[in-house]
Design a binder for this molecule. Structure first.
Ligand SMILES: [Zn+2]
Length: 285
């Protein structure tokens, strides 16, 4: 099928009550597992590269592979820069052919976040690339193993969300409603009434970052109230590492490449499970 924009994917998801998973592809194994899961389940897919993961991969080396794989996939795939904060990385992502970027100004004051987001929107929309931004702040880092809890004082304000969307022209809005990046300490509680109000006022597809620890029912409720994109990394990292840890004691002559096939299969199953929970199975158009 094809390389598509984030907007194409999340608009359909938002209108039809499902969410598209955005998986942080820190290496080829996660990319392959995610693509295989998407094709087998006829699900749309977002391959995301987080700016914080650029120590693990070289954007310009990796981008042509992601884009080529997206183009030849049998399902629609967007290639997305996750949590971009550096101007140079936006330009690189646009130059490489990414179809979506996220600007994360969530730690900035409202006016500054809106002004910088608007600048990125102007640049990205000029070349047909979608933009996600964040208002309120989802704490923690991608794959962070030290458990954290959500801070309600940083939750997204629905009225501000409306102003932010109108001022910036973004295609999707990441919200802080009770999840954290990385592992959640205890049981997260999503503020669903707040989410419903944000959806009503903002009117654009909403994005949930930090889904670890949420139940299937939490995801179902979040999606029913406007979440159309869900970022996933920690759960994939943990599934892959569990596979590697339990394989200890394997014969000394184990082939690295062949063993990685097993890791890819584990990642594929973890991605497919998310696709079933998010309701994106069979939604590839
Ligand atoms: Zn995030």
């Amino acid at each position: 099928m094809a390389l598509v924009t984030l907007k194409q994917l999340v608009d359909d998801a938002f209108q039809n009550g499902y969410a598209v998973g955005a998986f942080n592809v820190v290496n080829m194994e996660i990319m392959q597992g995610a693509l295989q899961a998407a094709e087998e389940n006829k699900s749309p897919l977002i391959l995301a590269v987080a700016e914080t993961h650029l120590g693990l991969l070289d954007l310009e080396q990796y981008a042509p592979i992601l884009l080529r794989e997206a183009e030849r996939a049998s399902v629609p795939v967007a290639v997305h820069l996750d949590h971009g904060q550096t101007f140079g990385n936006f330009v690189k992502a646009l130059r490489c052919g990414f179809t979506s970027v996220m600007f994360d100004g969530s730690t900035l004051p409202f006016e500054e976040n809106a002004a910088k987001t608007k600048e990125i929107v102007r640049m990205a929309h000029a070349v047909g690339v979608s933009v996600e931004a964040e208002l309120g702040h989802v704490t923690g880092g991608e794959g962070d193993p030290s458990p954290g809890v959500a801070d309600p004082t940083l939750f997204t304000d629905p009225e501000e969300a409306q102003q932010f969307v109108q001022a910036t022209g973004i295609d999707a809005l990441a919200v802080a409603v009770g999840s954290v990046h990385g592992v959640y300490k205890g049981k997260p509680e999503l503020d669903i009434p707040r989410l419903a109000r944000i959806r009503e006022l903002a009117g654009v597809p909403l994005v949930l970052h930090g889904g670890s620890g949420l139940s299937d029912e939490d995801f179902r409720q979040a999606i029913a109230n406007g979440i159309a994109k869900i970022n996933v990394y920690t759960d994939l990292s943990q599934a892959a590492m569990a596979k590697i840890r339990t394989a200890q004691g394997m014969p000394e002559n184990t082939d690295f490449g062949k063993f990685m096939l097993e890791v890819i299969a584990t990642i594929k199953e973890a991605v497919a499970e998310k696709m079933r929970i998010f309701g994106s199975v069979g939604k590839a158009k």
